[in-house]
Design a protein around this ligand. Structure first.
Ligand SMILES: Cc1cc2nc3c(=O)[nH]c(=O)nc-3n(C[C@H](O)[C@H](O)[C@H](O)COP(=O)(O)O)c2cc1C
Length: 477
């Protein structure tokens, strides 16, 4: 896989949707149809642990683990988390160790295995490429995650929410089974702080290591400037871009320049946020356009400006193969059909500081009343910020954790206002809500793009839902 893209580029990329929304079943369905299915690698270690505690219905994880090339590692994960028949609904899920700059062996193993399993299952039953999506901001799990996905033969790695200039070099090193280093962002780092992470496959996997392919790398970005920067500054090959606009689901890039909010509190995008596709084309790499492009008309428009195709999220998030909890999916589809669906771009909910699109839904975190009854807790920690302590050691804090704890770690009180615990909410979105000792059940916070308003257009006549194949047929029509 040296040189430029030598598989024929897909017209449609099914966007990676965390956490667990674009799971292996959706990606498999899309890739089987000859487009690019993308699994989400976000918090996939936690999701695997919870799926195992739910009993591994259908035995899919067991089947994937039987193909993991290092059986002792697979056995440790299975033995630790699998519950025959699933745990009782009112019993909490076990916790998994949090990621850190010096992670425990247990979480590294779980992370390698979980990324392997997700890609392995998405690749079953066909020969077509599969991709995996990560968020650059969630840096601590990057190395074992990428390695696990490569072990399963992932063809594309797509990465948004940040400027991932240091990932191409990691892919090159892993393709040669060499150890890789990744430098993490540390707020207030001082000279004594150790800011790099190292992953040596041989430290975790005993025996001969299989040959690996170097996946193609597609950063997901929102501006010409970032595309050019990626090419100038990357420590290895970039194979193309996904250019994502502010109507897309999930996290959005903030507007360029000073943040201005509308009366309803949503970020205002302006002239400076408009992408010049001519300039992107001049960079000479394939690109896909994302954010409100889920129609045959928009696909044609994208091709006309020189794109290889489009990346689509929301339309797939609500199809039958999506990992979103069925009840929420059906509810929002009905809302869309009835013309009531509303999406709000929340500038402050996400601990990442990026604007985050939220479908308005009763009994969810989007309803302030429901959320205020929740005691703050940070027990998953994917969105924690790493910060430097005066003694040179590292600490981890999240503006959604209990306020006094956040302040004791040097966090600013303003940063805590309006923050939501995305980690727990996103698990609730896919039917894996944590139950607290006091009986509180974590609530969902569904993210999706502005396209939610129109998704009922994919529904089969007389039917209550639609499949990934329906979306693809419509887009290619
Ligand atoms: C439920 C949902 C979750 C998403 N999560 C991610 C994510 O984890 N990483 C990412 O790069 N993009 C994420 N996105 C963005 C999609 O990959 C895609 O680029 C975007 O949705 C395209 O715009 P559209 O929704 O108008 O089709 C998400 C979108 C949705 C709807």
């Amino acid at each position: 896989m040296d040189g430029t893209l030598n598989v024929s580029p897909p017209k449609i990329i099914q966007g990676g949707m965390g956490a667990g929304v674009s799971w292996w079943m959706l990606a498999q369905a899309v890739s089987k149809l000859g487009q690019l299915g993308v699994v989400s690698g976000t918090a996939i270690d936690l999701i695997l642990a919870r799926r195992l505690q739910d009993g591994d219905a259908g035995g899919h994880i067991r089947r994937a683990l039987d193909h993991f090339p290092f059986p002792d590692v697979a056995a440790r994960v299975w033995d630790k988390y699998h519950v025959v028949g699933g745990k009782p609904a009112d019993q909490p899920y076990k916790s998994v160790p949090m990621h850190s700059q010096k992670p425990s062996r247990e979480i590294v193993e779980l992370c390698i295995v979980a990324n392997f399993v997700e890609v392995f299952l998405a690749r079953e039953g066909h020969e077509n490429p599969v991709g995996i999506n990560f968020l650059e901001k969630i840096q601590l799990p990057h190395l074992p995650s990428i390695y696990g996905a490569m072990l399963a033969g992932v063809t594309y790695i797509l990465m948004g929410a940040g400027i991932p200039t240091r990932i191409p070099g990691v892919l090159d090193r892993f393709a040669h089974q060499e150890s890789a280093t990744y430098s993490i962002h540390v707020s207030g780092a001082n000279n004594g702080c150790e800011t790099s992470m190292v992953f040596d496959p041989r430290e975790y996997l005993k025996g001969s290591l299989p040959e690996l392919q170097r996946p193609y790398f597609l950063p997901i970005i929102a501006s010409n400037a970032l595309a050019a920067l990626m090419l100038q500054k990357s420590n290895g090959r970039v194979d193309g871009f996904v250019i994502e606009g502010p109507t897309a689901g999930g996290h959005n890039a903030p507007p360029r320049g000073k943040l201005h909010l509308s009366e309803s509190g949503e970020p205002i995008y302006g002239e400076r946020d408009i992408v010049d596709y001519g300039k992107i084309r001049e960079l000479g790499l394939p690109f896909w356009i994302a954010g409100g492009y889920a129609s045959s008309q928009k696909l044609r428009e994208a091709l006309a400006v020189g794109a290889a195709g489009i990346q689509v999220g929301t339309a797939f998030a609500f199809c039958e193969e999506s990992g979103m909890k069925r009840e929420y999916r059906e509810h929002l589809l009905n809302e869309s059909r009835a013309g009531r669906a509303r999406v709000f771009t929340d500038a402050i909910a996400s601990p990442t500081g990026f604007p985050f699109k939220v479908a308005q839904m009763e009994n969810s975190v989007s309803e302030a009343g429901t959320y205020q009854g929740r005691n703050r807790i940070c027990d998953l920690g994917y969105l924690r910020e790493t910060y430097g302590k005066p003694d040179g050691s590292l600490g981890y804090r999240c503006p959604s954790e209990p306020v006094d704890i956040y302040l004791s770690k040097g966090g600013a009180v303003e940063s805590t206002v309006g923050r939501k615990c995305l980690c727990n909410a996103l698990m609730a979105n896919i039917g894996m809500a944590q139950t607290r000792k006091d009986g509180y059940m974590e609530q969902p916070l569904i993210t999706c793009g502005d396209d939610l308003a129109g998704i009922a257009r994919f529904m089969r006549p007389g039917g209550g839902s639609y499949s990934a194949a329906d979306v693809i047929a419509e887009l290619l029509s």
